[in-house]
Design a protein around this ligand. Structure first.
Ligand code: AMP
Length: 483
């Protein structure tokens, strides 16, 4: 067993949130919204609805399409307001008790919360609360929010929530539901996305715009960093309860995480990924015959690359869509197997050719190693790997599933060593400024970086209280992230 704080990856989750207010069949709409956000988490999902009298809670392991589409499940979720969450936790994490939304009957009334991101001082706050008598029923950092709301001395519910969230560090984009109000909040840096939508007058909160598209809802706007929206029968009120800070949206959402058909913070994700490919070709082109993406994550960047380089784009690797994402399988051996199940070389497009392979990122290097071997076995005469992001050299503490630093290939090898490890003729990564240029910035500002890019730079924009407290290290592996 790994002794390091992130040894078993239990901390890291990837999540999507969705909520709708004042709409018949609210839970059915949330189901559809969560289905569009399935890429943000595949392990489990939950929905909480409110029917005007009481709250109803359903939480299930598995994919939305296999669980919440059953009529009986939706019948148990009546009401015109509902929020939901889709979650991935790599291993452990306590099963259903950690599945969100979390719900509690507080002295101020029922309250449900669903959270995307990771709170970096949850363990510290949790221990403090436990010393004062709080009893936690999960190992998720999100439960901390409920306890902080429950113990707040503020009079109005909204002030209790503000009070609670002001105690937290890290990333949180969340939706909350009380008897007559739906809340949407982004942390002061706006690290994770959250948008406001509208379905024929019913307000919606969703992690990404793709969830609005599939139900025919209109995009209203992104919530701003540090903004709280308070949605009641009377309308939508916006407040900025936290100390103002310069926003630092997660740049990895553009590289990999968000769906390409989403618009995030005013930018279309697919468009950014193509521009990333263009920058990559400008920075590190090499003579070759064909550009081949590692599907699906490398496709838009490979299109941009091939257009910029004037080389043919071919699907030289075919992906089997009925296999989950390889990266997030729990054990190394399964992860290896997953890669074989997932991709197959399309020999006709590769044989005898100098191939430029494009993928979005290298994490442990497992995927690249397998893919390169496969492409060579299919007869490529040269294999050049081009990566559509800088080397991933630091762990994410804000809700994206990355392994501990020691397992990141780029944290222990130079680029030449990585090239040797994955057996390519050449390897190049996009520069950090190239990534910023693709996102519409002239370069990365050294004084005030425009994004959170901690996974590439190690520059963490918030305190990491739980990590910094040495006595927390042992317990960290017990506390799951929120996703
Ligand atoms: P690895 O095999 O560990 O190097 O993983 C690299 C592959 O995982 C790339 O093809 C990425 O598309 C994908 N990937 C990168 N980051 C993540 C993540 N946080 N969750 C799931 N997959 C990821």
């Amino acid at each position: 067993m790994d002794e390091t704080p992130f040894g078993d990856d239990t901390l890291h989750e990837e999540c999507g949130v969705f909520g709708i207010f004042q709409r018949a069949d609210a839970a059915a709409v949330v189901t559809l919204g969560l289905h569009a956000l399935q890429h943000r988490g595949q392990e489990a999902a939950g929905i909480v609805s409110y029917d005007g009298m009481q709250f109803h809670v359903e939480r299930h392991a598995g994919l939305i399409g296999d669980t919440f589409t059953k009529a009986a499940v939706l019948e148990r979720l009546p009401g015109t307001a509902a929020i939901g969450h889709t979650r991935y936790a790599t291993t452990g994490g306590g099963g259903l008790r950690n599945v969100q939304p979390f719900f509690a009957e507080l002295s101020a009334g029922g309250f449900a919360v669903a959270h995307n991101g990771n709170i970096t001082n949850a363990m510290t706050v949790q221990r403090e609360l436990q010393r004062r008598g709080s009893i936690f029923s999960s190992t998720s950092d999100t439960e901390t929010i409920l306890h902080l709301v429950a113990t707040s001395g503020a009079r109005m519910f909204v002030d209790k929530l503000i009070d609670a969230l002001s105690r937290l560090e890290g990333a949180f984009s969340l939706v909350g539901l009380s008897a007559n109000t739906m809340f949407g909040v982004r942390d002061p840096l706006g690290i994770r996305p959250l948008v406001l939508g509208d379905l024929e007058g019913a307000p919606i909160l969703a992690s990404e715009t793709c969830a609005l598209d599939i139900i025919g809802a209109e995009f209203v706007r992104d919530l701003e960093a540090g903004e709280m929206v308070v949605i009641t029968e009377d309308g939508i009120e916006s407040v900025f309860p936290f100390q103002a800070r310069r926003a630092r949206f997660c740049i990895f959402e553009y590289v990999y995480f968000a769906r390409p058909d989403s618009n995030v913070e005013g930018r279309n994700v697919y468009d950014i990924r193509k521009k990333i490919g263009i920058e990559l070709a400008k920075e590190s082109h090499v003579a070759a015959d064909v550009v081949v993406p590692v599907p699906d994550s490398g496709v838009p960047a490979a299109i941009g690359y091939s257009q910029e380089a004037g080389l043919p784009f071919e699907l030289g690797i075919i992906r089997n869509h009925y296999v989950g994402r390889t990266f997030i399988q729990p054990t190394d051996s399964i992860r290896h197997m997953g890669v074989k199940l997932k991709h197959n070389a399309n020999r006709k497009m590769i044989e005898g050719k100098r191939v430029i392979l494009v993928d979005d990122s290298i994490v442990r290097g497992t995927t690249s190693q397998k893919i390169v071997r496969m492409v060579r076995e299919a007869g490529a005469s040269e294999v050049h790997m081009r990566i559509a992001s800088p080397p991933t050299s630091a762990s994410c503490f804000y809700g994206v599933d990355t392994p501990e630093k020691a397992k990141l290939l780029a944290s222990r090898m130079s680029i030449e060593e990585m090239a040797e490890f994955i057996q390519v003729d050449s390897l190049a990564f996009l520069s950090i400024d190239g990534l910023y240029r693709a996102c519409g910035e002239a370069s990365r500002s050294k004084i005030a970086p425009q994004f959170c890019d901690a996974c590439f730079t190690g520059d963490y924009p918030t305190a990491l209280t739980d990590q910094d407290g040495a006595d927390n290290v042992r317990q960290l592996s017990l506390l799951g992230g929120a996703g």
